[in-house]
Structure formats: structure tokens, C-alpha cells
Design a protein around this ligand. Structure first.
Ligand SMILES: [Zn+2]
Length: 262
């Protein structure tokens, strides 16, 4: 083998190794679509028992390892140690067609959830908010009209956060947040809540795809993102009907997050 050829081979081997590493990284990223959400949401990471010791099963390890920081206790998702829980959340409602269907599905399996509602939708459908609460669920704010808060000026951002649905929990639309958004949420007396599992029900990938995504990523303490507004949610309701009995049989319970009405 000539030295030139040997150098060429060595280069190709190195490139192949780098290529393989990049592929592996890309796959790892794809396999963990919520890693970025987890790193930006220390305040929503499930906290531990009332003693504030971390629940062994309650904290996704990626949250801790990717930030490298301890996860502060989160009052919204406190659960008793040793309990298997999943936090279902429904965004963009209340919607007169889909919210009642989600409510009756939850009730069928003794499940509760947290609804991140839009002020605009609450105003258009005033009775639904009370129905959600009367069934033992909780309500968080998802702003007034679903803008990307990171693109707004201070006055508009302030208005969307301070004058939306009254709650101690706030989920920014699209999960788009930054230091200014977080500061406003805090100043308004709220806690930012993102999610751990996004089964992409909003994109209507098919009921079985939503079901598979949820069952694959279910782990105690995780927050699951779904939608009861913003479009046709027939797949969301159908998927919920399928996953709840399966997860219940696995020992999970489904509490609402601790979001108080301000
Ligand atoms: Zn939304």
C-alpha cells in the first residue's frame, strides 16, 4: 500500500467514523424529540413526594442529565412517592365539539387532566370552562389568542400572559419561551408548564400513531401534550379512548396538575 493510498484510507476511515457518530447523534435526537423541551423546562419537571425528595420513578432522567442541574420541586405535578402517574394535558380549547368528548372519555376511565385554555375560546364558549372544572379537572392558561410570545413586543406579550385565563399554570403557545416570557409568567403569579411527550395529535398522524407514541413514551411523572381545540380532534379522542384502559391496566392513575384558579 503506498503512503498516499494509506493516508487516503485513513482519511476515509476517519470520515466514516465521524459520519457514523453524526448519524447516531441524529438518531438519538430523533428518538428523543422532547429533549429540547425537557432542557428548557426545569420548572415543570415532575417533583418528588411532599417531602420534596425526588420520586424515583417521577423524574425523567433526561431532564436531569441534559441540564446537569438539580430539578427544583414543582408544585404543579407533586405526587406521592411510588405512585405511577401520567399527566394528560389538552391545549387550545375549550371547543364545543371536542372538549365534551374528551371530558366523557376521561370520566369513563376515572381519569383527570389539565386543560390549557385560550382566553378567546373561553369567551366564545363560556359554559365549557365550568364543565371542565366541575368534572375535577384543572385549567391552565395558554394565552388569549395563541400568538408566538417570543415574537411579540413587551406590551402585547404582557397582555397575552396577564389577561388570559386565570390560573397559576401557564403554557406558552408552541412551547415558545425565553427569559422575557418566563419573567412575565412569574410576575403574573404563574408557573410555566411545558410537556414531556408530544404524540403530535395536532398533525393528525392517525389514531394508531398517536396511541403508539403515547404508549412508547409513557413513564411515571411525564406530562403528555394533546389538543381539544384548534381543529378536528377525532383522532385525539379515539386515541385517548384506547390508551387510557391500557395505561390503567399498567397501574397508572391520571391526576390533574395542581393549577389553581387565580
Ligand atoms: Zn396551543
Amino acid at each position: 500500500m503506498s503512503r498516499k493510498f494509506a493516508a487516503f484510507v485513513a482519511t476515509m476511515v476517519a470520515l466514516a467514523a465521524i459520519g457514523g457518530w453524526m448519524m447516531a447523534s441524529a438518531v438519538a435526537q430523533m428518538d428523543r424529540p422532547h429533549a429540547s423541551a425537557a432542557t428548557t423546562k426545569p420548572s415543570v419537571s415532575p417533583s418528588g413526594a411532599p417531602t420534596s425528595a425526588p420520586t424515583p420513578s417521577g423524574t425523567p432522567s433526561s431532564t436531569v442529565s441534559t441540564t446537569g442541574k438539580p430539578v427544583p420541586p414543582n408544585p404543579t405535578t407533586s405526587v406521592a412517592a411510588g405512585k405511577k402517574v401520567l399527566f394528560f394535558t389538552f391545549d387550545d380549547g375549550p371547543d364545543p365539539t371536542w372538549t365534551p368528548q374528551v371530558l366523557s372519555t376521561l370520566a369513563k376511565y376515572g381519569a383527570h387532566a389539565t386543560f390549557f385554555e385560550l382566553g378567546q375560546m373561553q369567551d366564545e364558549h363560556p359554559g365549557l370552562r365550568d364543565q371542565v372544572l366541575a368534572a375535577g379537572n384543572t385549567i391552565g392558561s395558554h394565552s388569549i389568542s395563541h400568538p408566538q410570545l417570543t415574537k411579540l413586543g413587551a406590551a402585547q406579550r404582557h397582555h397575552q400572559i396577564f389577561d388570559g385565563p386565570r390560573s397559576t399554570c401557564f403554557r406558552p403557545p408552541y412551547g415558545a419561551t425565553n427569559a422575557k416570557v418566563r419573567a412575565d409568567i412569574k410576575a403574573a403569579g404563574m408557573v410555566q408548564v411545558l410537556w414531556d411527550v408530544d404524540p403530535r395529535d395536532w398533525a393528525r398522524p392517525g389514531t394508531s400513531a398517536i396511541v403508539h407514541n403515547i404508549l412508547t413514551h409513557a413513564k411515571s411523572g411525564r406530562i403528555i401534550l394533546m389538543h381539544d381545540g384548534g381543529g378536528n380532534r377525532a383522532q385525539t379522542v379515539a386515541a385517548l379512548n384506547q390508551v387510557l384502559p391500557i395505561l390503567k391496566a399498567q397501574g397508572y392513575t391520571f391526576p390533574a396538575m395542581n393549577c389553581q384558579q387565580r
